[in-house]
Design a protein around this ligand. Structure first.
Ligand code: NAG
Ligand code: NAG
Length: 363
């Protein structure tokens, strides 16, 4: 009887139907049949189950203001669809079938240190005169029609390599039906840390969600092309040894989404060696490569392809203001398949990128 009552109350309250699991869900927010966020106590979020985070104390502060330059793009953050009660944070419910798929994609995911990964193509820029302590960039967001075994994305990343080991954090947008269950464009985060562990979003423990309104991964809603941008910054917070992830909001206050605790990494304790911004794709096992960016090669008109408006960086651990990558900054260009994708200096934008993909983009 007791069991029945528990079961019924479990169904009513949408609890994570995993008996023995003690995660209490105070509210669930359903964006669609397959997209459900559970509002869980911030101090009991699943990420804290990570063995390296057993003694981790959640850091809500500091939230520092981010230098807004006039070069920045507009980015619209539509809000209040997800709004968890105070003291709780939204965690995307992971369907079991997507967990294995995301491990498969995590292994192939673009690695800025070994850029020859099989089936991965990329077009972007890299800053490699580290150490760096933070990066901020605005990237346009697009929808793409792809097959279920492909994944185009655009990202901002930071990383450090030492003794053939790498630590990497990447954030941006991605279309990946295998891990999200639909063909929408989602915001995403990816990390690779100590012991070679790597993971997307909150599919496995690691990322500490702090915002009660903006989960790390969510479908990015429609907006006029010039406003459909994602503006994110990753910054090292020295005092707390954490890597902050913040949504940069045009004019309005920025939103701290959360952070990756320093405990997850064994190389990023004093800045990173490289940082970068650009587009990437994972091809089908058959070899067919999906479109990148908005599917169009860069042209003379910045708005016809995907674009990166600007990049700001921190090269001093305690600097308060980010520096801007201007025309004189020597950026390293990364483009591995000129046949299928392109990379251009923009007129107003820092650069434009993307292309249609196809059957013969190389391995
Ligand atoms: C939640 O917290 C905010 C900010 O601290 C406060 O203004 C608001 O009243 C709180 N809401 C509830 C329901 O307690
Ligand atoms: C994707 O395909 C559908 C159906 O053919 C079409 O309506 C839509 O405009 C396409 N979207 C993009 C971004 O190409």
């Amino acid at each position: 009887m007791d069991f029945i009552i528990k079961l019924v109350s479990c169904i009513i309250s949408f609890c994570l139907v995993q008996f023995g699991d003690s995660i209490k869900v105070s509210k669930s927010i359903k964006l669609s049949e397959n997209i459900i966020y559970d509002c869980v106590d911030i101090y009991k979020q699943p990420s804290l189950n990570h063995p390296l985070l057993q003694n981790h104390q959640i850091q809500m502060k500091p939230s520092f203001s981010i230098h807004k330059s006039k070069e920045q793009a507009k980015s619209k953050i539509y809000k209040n669809i997800i709004n968890c009660p105070n003291g709780t944070v939204p965690i995307l419910r992971n369907a079991k079938q997507y967990v294995a798929k995301s491990q498969y994609f995590a292994k192939k995911h673009f690695n800025p240190f070994t850029v020859e990964s099989h089936g991965t193509h990329f077009a972007g820029v890299r800053l490699h005169h580290g150490p760096y302590y933070g990066i901020l960039s605005w990237i346009s967001v697009h929808d793409l029609n792809i097959s279920g075994d492909q994944a185009p994305y655009a990202h901002i990343y930071v990383g450090r390599r030492f003794n053939n080991k790498d630590n990497v954090i990447q954030v941006g947008w991605m279309v990946n039906p295998s891990i999200f269950g639909d063909g929408q464009t989602w915001s995403y985060g990816f990390w690779k840390g100590a012991n070679g562990e790597s993971c997307y979003n909150t599919v496995c423990p690691g990322f500490i969600q702090v915002s009660k309104t903006n989960p790390l991964s969510e479908p990015i809603r429609q907006a006029p092309a010039e406003e459909r941008n994602i503006a994110l910054t990753i910054q090292k917070v020295f005092f707390f040894k954490i890597l902050h992830l913040t949504y940069v909001n045009y004019k309005k206050p920025d939103i701290l989404l959360g952070y990756w605790p320093g405990e997850l990494f064994d190389l990023i304790d004093n800045g990173v060696d490289i940082m970068g911004v650009g587009g990437a794709v994972e091809s089908s096992p058959s070899g067919r490569s999906p479109p990148m960016g908005n599917g169009h090669l860069p042209t003379q008109d910045d708005m016809e392809s995907a674009r990166v408006y600007t990049i700001l960086y921190l090269d001093q651990p305690t600097a308060k203001t980010m520096k801007i990558v201007d025309k004189s900054y020597k950026l390293e260009k990364l483009l591995d398949s000129e046949k299928c994708y392109g990379l251009n200096r923009g007129k107003k934008m820092l650069f434009t990128f993307g292309g249609p993909g196809g059957n013969s983009c190389g391995i």
